[in-house]
Design a protein around this ligand. Sequence first.
Ligand code: ZN
Ligand code: ZN
Length: 347
Amino acid sequence: MSKDLLEKAKTLEPMNPNKSTALFGGESSGILNWNDIAYPHWYKMYKRLIGNYWQADEVNMSDDLRQFASLTDEEQDAYLKIIGLLSTLDAPQTRTALLLSLYATDPSVQSIMAVIAQQEAVHNESYSYVLSSVVSFDEQNASFQLGRTDPVLLERNEMIMRQYNAFVEEPSVENILKTLVYTSLLEGMFFYSGFAFFYHLARQNKMVGTSTMISYINRDELEHGRFIAELFRATLHENPDLNTGEFSDWVYSRFSESVDLEIEWSTYVLGNIDGIDLDEMAGYIKYRANKMLRMIGLDDIYPEHTENPMKWIRAYADNFDSTKTDFFEQKSRQYTKTSDLNGFDDL
Ligand code: ZN
Ligand code: ZN
């Protein structure tokens, strides 16, 4: 595979055309006319992303503050560990979106990445916000230290950390594609056992403020995952020399390795939580992995997990298609019934 290093895209270059000649390593003037872009349907993705705008402190945490002390010790521990995990995974997303944008020679990609980066900044703020609402400053800090200190978490994040840093040191198209693979794993799978824990609490009417916040993050991540998968497929299509059997084998290996680590992590963090079935969670993780593989143009690797085994989770996604005003009314969420008929299969 090619190791040719890319240069950062020029900011303005009037000699180049407005419509880019390639996503990475091409030419463009830097002027963005959304009606003259290389992948016209990406305008819709941009509009969907920007339509999801929200801010952390729009969510009322007063009930959660009262309820946190009544959670079992195991639930409190999992709550803090999972926020620690989410903050560790989401922190690099703001910067990785920026880095992809710096090397993208297509101005529509730069703008979409700017919106994604802004949303990742809000996600990170929201983890500080929920923790500062429910625990002391020392406990908040302890949770944010986990990504640096917890051995299971460190092992779980090792591969993604290596790939993200490799892209910083060697900005090649190959490393961009590999970074996009990890980004789609992150946006489409790594977060989801953590999300499921908060929906499990909300299902018992516990910590509904936190789960509302998690729903917003979840909605953003699904949209990010969709765009990252599009960007991956388009970049691979533009670089056919990298589209090899060896590379798809690499992707399949990263997926199965990540699924194993994710199952190990969910057992570690959710093993003592009443009402969570770990086999079902493992099935859910495999279902999410299949889904992301299909989105990036590959095949399922877990043929026995093509259906979501945790259908109740869909209840927490019912409002994703509603207007923002409805979505912010937490009370309607609490009465939402699980239904298999709503057709929502993204979770
Ligand atoms: Zn995020
Ligand atoms: Zn994201």
